[in-house]
Design a protein around this ligand. Sequence first.
Ligand SMILES: Cc1cc2nc3c(=O)[nH]c(=O)nc-3n(C[C@H](O)[C@H](O)[C@H](O)COP(=O)(O)O)c2cc1C
Length: 372
Amino acid sequence: MKKVILTILVLLFISALLSCQSSSLIKESADIRDNAVNHAIWAMSAHNMQPWQVVLDKKNPLALDLYIDSSRLLPATDPYSRQIIISFGNFIAVLEDYANSKGYSCEYNLFPEESLLESSNGENYTSSVARIVFSENEELKEIFRIDSLSGATVKRHFDPVIFNQAEKNELTDLSEFDDIRIFILQEEDVISELKTILIDSFSIEMKLESTLMESFDLTRRSEKERREKAWGLSYLGAFPASTVGLVEFFDRTFPMKPEKWGEIGIKNYISEIETINSYLFINSKNNSRESQIHTGIALQRIWMELLKRGYAFLPASQPLQEYPEMNELYTDVHEKYALNGETIQMIGGIGKTDRKYKSGFRISAEKIIQNN
Ligand SMILES: Cc1cc2nc3c(=O)[nH]c(=O)nc-3n(C[C@H](O)[C@H](O)[C@H](O)COP(=O)(O)O)c2cc1C
């Protein structure tokens, strides 16, 4: 009898512990800004660098400021921090979706300060990215996508999908910005040229020492590494949950030389791109910092909508990268898929996937929010 009671007590203790752990994944706070940031950390960012810092306004309980964390830039892959700034748009889109779902609208004032940060190539840009203010609003749209972020990001084993015109419009209409043009390409002859550009540019990124090493060094290969450095890349979106542990174990036990790692990456990428039939483009009329933020907002909304509908999205930024070795393909992709003067800010493949993957990893909201 004693044994039975003891077992029940132990089971009750374990289940209390587990429920405590799962509810602490996203902690609810009395401050809407804390809750919004707790969700926004799951936004997409270039190389998952999560370059954002948040400062809560002490005087206004509905206001916060966003800054760039200059220790999390991508000097080799993204020398002008174009992708980093886009990532702030992603963050803002989730803040907005969360606020809307709680009955608040979200106003954002971009680049409010003059403070300048020197990027790796000497160009100056402001380190203060946006001031965000929430306000109660009873007449908000009823469509929220915030829950879509609770699943895993999947980047492999896509099944092809072809959208009809109405579905295409539903996705591309998610941007209300005049400086942004979004379209989806699926025609066989058009995408076959694109696939060649995507594969060639990925090969450049994986063979050039500076960009290869940036990705190689940022890849986290165990839970421990992901806890200690909770930004960067991993294999979680590339291998199903059932095998990723084993893949990581082999990678740690028999470490590959970066060149070999790059070669395998190229091989896997080719098979992925060959399967994907549907490619989304986000082009901006100019390449201003504001249009980069607008790109990120549109991208995040589209990504969440795709997740909500059971699709996966594989960003393919390589031909848009701005270093000399990529110049030729950058020009080629713009000549083929941009109108005069436009900058292509994002290309991504869309597919279906039903395999089970583990969720990604992020820096906690507590660490993102600065207490000054
Ligand atoms: C501007 C931008 C560019 C990106 N480029 C790529 C890319 O070229 N290839 C890729 O696999 N993911 C790309 N991503 C996605 C991120 O690497 C990452 O998958 C995303 O932040 C989700 O993180 P998670 O996979 O850890 O959940 C990009 C994201 C952003 C915002």
